[in-house]
Ligand binder design. Structure first.
Ligand code: SAM
Length: 238
């Protein structure tokens, strides 16, 4: 089968476990921006971003509906998702750009290590307040709480499950939560079918009209995996 015809089949939303370093590389996070103020990781899943960033002195909160679950349940779910993803990738090696990870084995190792650090952190009573059970488009935080909001591999990616109105409402919520001078970084801008999110221009036009105080741009990222996913979306509040 030609590589273009192969699809990553996903029912529902996967709970993946990207590492702190993957976030740093995807979003080009510098020490300065990581320490500017409180950070929100939306759709944090089983990522170790909170765990590792907090160990480095950052102040990070993650939001995800799955944080309603116990540490044991979430560990089991994260491990099942990780194995399932690796199994699917084995059959799709030629449709992704492996220049960042090097190989499926290295990808697997990074994700296994990251999941273990997430599970450990999530199970700690002194860290539990950092994992908030919540779902876009409504997030239970006061206005202007965060200096940086990141979201990796949720918005735009699942376009067949979440329509443009969901994306508009979600981005408007994220803007509400931004402090003046703060920024939102979203990646990737493509769908699971490896095409640019088709309603992106329309979504950004509606958001831009409703929020003349924000500036939107596309910033190149050296992170590589999904073809076409070579930039992140940055939304800055004046
Ligand atoms: C593919 S994972 C991404 C996890 C992590 N950000 C990463 O890059 O590894 C997508 C996550 O989105 C979460 N999710 C699903 N619906 C959501 C919603 N309405 N609002 C916020 N997160 C949601 C899922 O529970 C899942 O953990």
């Amino acid at each position: 089968m030609p590589a273009n015809d192969k699809q990553y089949v996903q029912h529902g939303v996967a709970m993946t476990c990207r590492s702190f370093q993957e976030y740093v590389d995807m979003f080009q996070l510098t020490p300065d921006i990581l320490r500017r103020g409180r950070i929100l990781d939306v759709a944090g899943g089983a990522s170790s971003f909170v765990a590792d960033a907090c160990k480095q002195g950052c102040d990070v909160i993650a939001a995800d509906p799955l944080y309603a679950h116990s540490p044991e349940a979430i560990a089991e779910h994260g491990e099942a998702n990780r194995r399932e993803a690796t199994g699917k990738l084995e059959g799709l090696l030629d449709v992704y750009d492996w220049s960042y990870y090097g190989s499926l084995d290295r990808h697997e190792q990074i994700r296994a290590d990251s999941l273990a650090r997430f599970v450990d952190d999530y199970g700690r009573s002194d860290q539990r307040h950092r994992y908030v059970s919540a779902s876009l488009p409504n997030l239970p935080f006061p206005d202007e709480t965060f200096s940086l909001i990141v979201s990796s591999h949720f918005l735009f990616l699942y376009d067949s499950q979440f329509d443009p109105d969901f994306h508009i409402a979600s981005i408007q919520t994220l803007i509400r939560l931004l402090q003046p001078g703060g920024e939102i970084r979203l990646y990737p801008l493509s769908t699971l079918a490896r095409t640019r999110y088709p309603a992106l221009d329309r979504v950004l036009e509606v958001v831009g009209r409703a929020h003349p105080n924000v500036e939107v741009d596309f910033v190149p990222t050296p992170f590589r995996f999904l073809l076409m996913a070579t930039e992140y979306l940055r939304i800055r509040r004046a």
